[in-house]
Design a protein around this ligand. Structure first.
Ligand SMILES: [Fe+2]
Ligand SMILES: [Fe+2]
Length: 284
């Protein structure tokens, strides 16, 4: 179900924690739309708010200044994707700031980190993972086996938490930056019951398949983008059309105009790490 105003979300259930991830932020209009979404989402009870910022600077990559501006605007964490290396001045931030993540399954020795643990209200922890797919993207380590390794080390909700469990299990939120819907679907099956949520980014086109599986994993194939609308995935249609009509490269330019912020909101049980409810959001 897609919500177009956070105040239409139901109240956060007793004992639950509400978290949100916004889709790829595209350029200045996207940054403005993402910043404008912070206050309404917080008023709707969102305790942890992240965004994918891989297109935040001029539509390609995220420079240190834009990353800092987004963190200062109220985002608790920023994830990235295939454009993460565009701005070299992000490297020191990737190394020093735990809130700025790049895909986990990049080669060993890659600067920065692909996951980080955050405090939730009440003392629970949320592990945020940034993962990248392998279909029509650079070859990387297997995202499926990378998650096996990480969950073996960090734990997770587990398929069947014992009813008398007293130790909180970590909630695990995966931003899966992937190009093929089948690869997103496959990861949803692979991690079903093992993570709190698998949320897709990268295509910039929001899908209408938000669900919570019977084993407690929230899922959306792609949560969309923050950018100008109308546009072509947040970019000015003219250079994109020129590219397709001439088959020659034309640099994509972020579209200007009215912006909208898209993403997903989840309610989770911080004791079991299970997802309780999932919505996509589209805020004009
Ligand atoms: Fe993107
Ligand atoms: Fe991407």
């Amino acid at each position: 179900m897609t919500i177009d105003r956070p105040d239409l979300l139901p109240p956060v259930p007793a004992g639950a924690t509400r978290v949100a991830l916004l889709g790829d932020i595209v350029g200045k209009t996207g940054r403005r739309a993402a910043r404008a979404a912070v206050a309404p989402l917080r008023r709707a009870g969102v305790a942890f708010l992240a965004a994918n910022a891989e297109n935040a600077s001029g539509g390609n990559g995220c420079a240190a200044r834009e990353a800092r501006d987004l963190l200062n605007a109220g985002f608790d964490a920023l994830t990235m994707g295939n454009h993460v290396w565009k701005h070299k001045d992000l490297l020191p931030l990737l190394e020093a700031d735990l809130r700025v993540l790049r895909p986990l399954n990049f080669p060993p020795g890659t600067p920065g980190r692909g996951h980080a643990s955050f405090d939730l209200p009440g003392g629970a922890r949320l592990l945020v993972v940034n993962l990248i797919g392998r279909t029509r993207l650079e070859p990387t380590a297997c995202p499926f086996r990378t998650m096996d390794d990480l969950l073996a080390e960090a734990g997770g909700p587990g398929p069947d938490p014992p009813p008398d469990a007293t130790e909180p299990r970590p909630a695990v939120l995966v931003d899966f930056h992937a190009d093929a819907t089948a690869e997103n679907h496959a990861l949803r099956w692979y991690l079903d019951g093992r993570v709190t949520a698998v949320l897709g980014t990268h295509t910039h086109v929001q899908t209408s398949d938000a669900e919570v599986t019977p084993r407690g994993t929230g899922y959306v194939t792609d949560i969309g983008c923050c950018g100008a609308w109308p546009s072509v995935i947040g970019f000015d249609p003219q250079p994109v059309l020129a590219k397709y009509l001439t088959l020659r490269p034309h640099p994509y330019v972020p579209a200007e105009g009215p912006g909208r912020a898209e993403g997903a909101v989840l309610d989770l049980d911080p004791t079991t790490g299970r997802c309780l409810a999932a919505w996509t959001i589209r805020m004009a």
